[in-house]
Design a protein around this ligand. Structure first.
Ligand SMILES: *Cc1c(COP(=O)(O)O)cnc(C)c1O
Length: 376
């Protein structure tokens, strides 16, 4: 069976983790947490990085930081992972789900405009498959309306909008280091704070609502309860694991892009014959090789193709069930149709994408897809 994912190890993870154990400092915000944060700040020009236990918890920090309260509205795409919405809904926000573009599952800026009202507090964008949303347009909408811009960049590490790193554009941004992402530590995440006004509070929220981070820098004599917060920081063991991965981010990405390009070349003839569509990467966006997905013509073909691949020993997956039509939200949604989100939910299939995938396996996968559409 060719697996959909196979978490990659660089080989240095256990070496760094051993050093942590030997140092006697295993809790969070130690040497490796700082190394990871400084590496990311330097490399991408992020103002302040805080490692978190997941992208979900980083999104929850965003909701606390911008003081989401019942009645606030947050605009975001429906075609995304549940955490994008749950973090804000859990603090009482009304989520205004909007549609994505017809040719690419990123939020449609015009649809953002149509949902802005007096209660709008923030817009959250998702760079699907690590491919940038149209950030000039979205940033100017946020600025004109004086609302927060938050990037759910869970899939977008080392990806760019023109020459700007994703995660450096919004007031806040979040990344995931879940084992399915390009670099990982099993479960992990990152909050990026680009707005100076939010940095001090972000540290407090991160450290259980206390000023412990300032205390550990020697800036205050003791630490105490300052604000809302929770335990958002990961153990040094996870930070050490992650640091090994971050050191190799370029070579990991190059290999993933190589796999991505192989799929593209092997399947382009099926797009030319109108059997399926390959991913679109706009001129302003880079590709970080996070995901290779196909868009089928309809749900029947998509579901059949997944089954067909399974019978050829290939695991492929689909996602997302649009959040506006989910069990939890369908009665809260205002009822407007989101046809592009529904279309992608019905027609996307994600192919195996991981570092141990061989050229031979990729040929097998491409051949199986070919055979499904053009039986011999
Ligand atoms: C993976 C992912 C998340 C959740 O990340 P965790 O680290 O598992 O919490 C959130 N949003 C998007 C778009 C994702 O792809």
């Amino acid at each position: 069976m060719i697996e959909f994912n196979d978490p990659y190890l660089t080989g240095n993870e256990f070496h760094y983790m051993k050093k942590v154990v030997e140092s006697g400092h295993l809790s969070g915000n130690g040497k490796y947490t700082k190394l990871c944060q400084e590496l990311l700040q330097k490399k991408y020009g992020f103002k302040r990085c805080l490692l978190t236990t997941s992208c979900t918890s980083a999104l929850e920090m965003c909701a606390l930081l911008i003081d989401i309260k019942p009645g606030d509205e947050v605009i975001m795409p429906s075609f995304t992972f549940v955490s994008t919405a749950n973090a804000f809904a859990s603090r009482g926000a009304d989520i205004k789900f909007v549609d994505c573009l017809p040719n690419l599952p990123n939020i449609d800026p015009e649809k953002i405009r149509s949902q802005i009202g007096p209660a709008t507090k923030a817009v959250v964008v998702v760079h699907y498959a690590g491919v940038a949303c149209n950030m000039d347009e979205i940033a100017s909408i946020a600025k004109e309306n004086n609302i927060y811009l938050i990037e759910d960049a869970a899939q977008a590490i080392d990806s760019y909008y023109n020459d700007l790193p994703l995660g450096s554009i919004g007031h806040l941004a979040t990344f995931s280091f879940h084992e399915t992402k390009n670099v990982h530590c099993g479960e992990g995440g990152l909050l990026v704070v680009n707005d100076d006004r939010l940095i001090e509070r972000a540290e407090i929220i991160w450290e259980k609502g206390t000023n412990r981070a300032a205390f550990s820098r020697g800036e205050v004599d003791y630490y105490e309860w300052m604000d809302k917060g929770s335990s958002f920081l990961p153990s040094e063991l996870l930070a050490a694991f992650l640091y090994a991965q971050l050191e190799e981010i370029k070579s990991i990405e190059e290999q993933r892009i190589g796999i991505w390009d192989n799929y593209f070349d092997a399947l382009i003839h099926l797009q030319e014959s109108n059997f399926l569509y390959l991913p679109v990467i706009p001129e302003y966006a880079s590709n970080n090789g996070h995901m290779f997905y196909l868009t089928c013509k309809n749900k029947t073909e998509r579901d059949e193709l997944i089954e067909y691949l399974l019978s050829s020993e290939v695991k492929s997956v689909f996602h997302y069930l649009p959040l506006h039509s989910s069990y939890y939200y369908k009665n809260k949604h205002d009822g407007h149709a989101l046809p592009n989100s529904m279309k992608f939910a019905d027609s996307i299939i994600r192919l195996p994408m991981h570092m141990s995938l061989t050229g031979k396996e990729q040929n097998h996968i491409a051949h199986a897809i070919h055979k499904y559409f053009i039986p011999e």
